[in-house]
Structures are given as structure tokens and as C-alpha cells.
Design a protein around this ligand. Structure first.
Ligand code: NDP
Ligand code: VSD
Length: 333
């Protein structure tokens, strides 16, 4: 009898939550005619995100440093137009250096294509190496590009978004922004920082109908990834091989979908799903289903993570033994 009452109460509670769900689920953003700014839009994931948005009718501003690569990306994106009004604008700037420069770039973009509806902060880079092997200046550089390079453009668009009661801001973190791994002492913190920024910002701007998305991609096949691999320690490579390498198109599709829907969290693949649920902490919830899934799965995923952590420790121990045995230089792969 008691069990029956408890069961009924639980069902009623879940139903109530579902009835309240419109309160926490935002209205999707309409991409046709929208102005989307993509920093890091000349290469890799950023370029694929720009293409994905363009295919859905958006106007695009690409922001990156190298002008030649910007123009090349513009040409590639324009092949996917769905009407003859669509525009791809390119602006060259370093998003990590001078705030007033970044603010100017956003002003220019708004003058040409109207207020920014969606900002994608995709400019970023990765450097891996053991703590003592990474130059001190690299710690500063990664924090500048990956963290401040996301703060500046967001800071430049937020006031207009709040005034218009319309907007999406997307941040690119990484699976290495959910778990600190061997070789990522410089990179991981710059991606963890993104999550703190995104959580605090989302709490501020939600009443203004502005939604924040944080993406946590796994290794993704891009020019940036190829560059990173040139100096990656063997341990980092072996640990990262736990998750398979994604195509940038697939990652981009998921990010655009989540951003349009206003989902706070964006991940791909089953390990992406597990990591996001495991590390959600007190991050905002954008659907009742998401919240309930987190409640139910967290403990289980923590257990699974213990096996992963054990296997990572084994990889690192084996690499250390191999190196002592063969007297190989304690350097990279
Ligand atoms: N590829 C991967 O495995 C993963 C990547 N990520 C993250 O996704 C983002 C994109 O990565 P990916 O596509 O691989 O990178 P790419 O290196 O392929 O592209 C990086 C883009 O950012 C631009 N950029 C870099 N630094 C600056 C800067 N200071 N100012 C303006 N633009 C800049 C580059 O252009 P230019 O050099 O001309 O300025 C380029 O357009 C990064 O934040 C990365 O950390 C996350 C998880 C996995
Ligand atoms: C339940 C628990 C599941 C645990 C799964 C753990 C898997 C960890 C693998 C992490 C791979 C790191 C990718 C970094 C990508 C990146 O940001 C760089 N490539 C950028 O260039």
C-alpha cells in the first residue's frame, strides 16, 4: 500500500516537472536571416559550424587572424548558400589581445549585417607536453587565446543581446575541459575556465532570453589537431585514444543543434554523454529529461570512470617502465 502511494507520488512529481518544463526550455532560435559570428571560423570546427549555419540560411561573420585563410573559407562556405541574399563577411583580428580591437570588429560586423543573434567562440589552440617541458609563456598564451579570447567577443555582444532579448553564445571547451589529463596542464585549465564563465554568465542572462552553450568535443580531425599531434606525449596520445576521433562536420552539427535549442551542454558520442553527465555539477539544466537522466546516471558513471582512471594510470606506468628499460629520451611520441 505504502509502496503504491510512494509510486503514485513519484509519477505525479515527474508529471508536474514535465508540465513546468516550458519554463526551463527556451524557444529555439530561427537561423534563416540570423547573424552568426564565428571566431576561429576560417578552419576546423569553426569553419564547419559556419557552413552548417549558412546551410540553414544564416548570415555569417568569420573572425580569425590570417586573411588569406579567411578568404579561402569564405569561398568554401559560399558554395552552400540557399538564397542569393546571404552574405559571408570576413574580419581579421586577434581575439586574445586588445579588447577595444575586438569591440571594434563586432561593431563593424553589426553595422554591415545587423545585431549578432549568435556568437560562436571557436578561436583556440592546444599545446600538450609534460608540466616541466611546457614553456611558462605557453601557459599564458593558452589562457589568453582559449579563455580571454572567448571573454572579449562575448563581452562585446552581450549588451545588445540583452537589450533585444535575443541571443545565443557558444563556448568551445573540450573533453579535456571536463577531466584533467596527462600532458594537458596548460590546455585543460584554459578549457575548465570556460565552464565557470559560461555557468555564471548563463545565470545572469537567462531572464533576458539569452542562452549559453558549452561544447565539449573529443579529439576532432582538424588542422589544429594535426598541429597539436606533432608534439603530443605518448601517454597523452594513448589516453586520448580511449575516445575515437570525430569528424569536424559531426561535431559542428551537434553544436549548432544544441545552440539553436538553447541547451547548456553540448557533447557527442557515448563517452561525451557520460563525461557530461558525470561532471555536470551545478550547471544549469535545460530540460527535465536531462535533469532526471543526470540524477539517475551519475553514480553509475562515476563507477565506470574509476575503471578508466585505473587504465590511464596503467598507461602512464607502462610508458615510464618502457622509457627506463630502453633508455629512450623522456620526451614525446
Ligand atoms: N580539434 C580538436 O580535437 C578539438 C578542438 N577543440 C577546440 O575547438 C576549437 C577549434 O579547434 P580546431 O577546429 O581544432 O582548431 P583549428 O586550429 O583548426 O582552427 C582554429 C581557428 O581559430 C583561429 N584562431 C586561433 N587563434 C586565434 C586568435 N588569437 N585570434 C583569432 N582567431 C584565432 C584560427 O585562425 P588564425 O590562426 O588565422 O587566427 C582558426 O580559424 C578550439 O578552441 C579547440 O581548443 C576542442 C576539443 C577538441
Ligand atoms: C564515465 C567516464 C567516461 C570517461 C571517458 C574518458 C575519456 C577521456 C578522453 C579524453 C580525450 C581528450 C580530448 C581532448 C581534445 C582536445 O581538446 C584536443 N584534441 C584539442 O586539439
Amino acid at each position: 500500500m505504502l509502496l503504491l502511494i510512494a509510486g503514485t507520488c513519484l509519477v505525479a512529481f515527474v508529471l508536474l516537472l514535465y508540465m513546468l518544463s516550458p519554463l526551463i526550455s527556451p524557444k529555439p532560435l530561427a537561423l534563416p536571416g540570423a547573424h552568426v559570428v564565428v571566431t576561429g571560423g576560417s578552419s576546423g570546427i569553426g569553419k564547419c559550424i559556419a557552413i552548417e549555419c549558412y546551410k540553414q540560411g544564416a548570415f555569417i561573420t568569420l573572425v580569425a587572424r590570417n586573411e588569406e585563410r579567411l578568404l579561402q573559407a569564405k569561398k568554401e562556405i559560399e558554395k552552400h548558400s540557399i538564397n542569393d541574399k546571404q552574405v559571408v563577411l570576413c574580419i581579421s583580428v586577434d581575439v586574445s589581445q586588445d579588447y577595444s580591437q575586438v569591440e571594434n570588429v563586432i561593431k563593424q560586423a553589426q553595422e554591415k549585417l545587423g545585431p549578432v543573434d549568435m556568437l560562436i567562440n571557436c578561436a583556440g589552440m592546444a599545446v600538450s607536453g609534460k608540466f616541466e617541458d611546457v614553456e611558462v609563456s605557453t601557459f599564458e598564451k593558452l589562457m589568453s587565446i582559449n579563455y580571454l579570447g572567448s571573454v572579449y567577443p562575448s563581452r562585446a555582444v552581450i549588451t545588445t543581446m540583452k537589450e533585444r532579448r535575443v541571443g545565443r553564445i557558444v563556448f568551445l571547451s573540450s573533453q579535456a575541459g571536463q577531466v584533467g589529463l596527462f600532458g594537458y596542464t596548460a590546455y585543460s585549465p584554459s578549457k575548465f575556465a570556460i565552464k565557470g564563465l559560461a555557468e555564471a554568465l548563463q545565470m545572469e542572462v537567462k531572464p533576458y532570453n539569452v542562452y549559453v552553450t558549452v561544447a565539449y568535443p573529443p579529439d576532432t580531425d582538424t588542422p589544429g589537431f594535426a598541429e597539436e599531434n606533432k608534439t603530443k606525449p605518448l601517454e597523452t596520445r594513448l589516453i586520448s585514444e580511449t575516445t575515437s576521433i570525430c569528424a569536424p562536420e559531426q561535431v559542428a552539427k551537434q553544436i549548432v543543434k544544441d545552440a539553436i535549442q538553447g541547451n547548456f551542454n553540448s557533447s557527442v558520442g557515448s563517452d561525451g554523454y557520460m563525461l557530461s553527465s558525470l561532471t555536470c555539477g551545478m550547471s544549469p539544466v535545460t530540460s527535465i529529461t536531462e535533469g532526471l537522466q543526470q540524477v539517475v546516471t551519475m553514480g553509475l558513471f562515476r563507477m565506470i570512470s574509476l575503471f578508466y582512471l585505473g587504465s590511464f594510470d596503467n598507461i602512464i606506468r607502462r610508458c615510464m617502465i618502457e622509457r627506463t628499460k630502453y633508455g629512450t629520451a623522456d620526451k614525446t611520441a
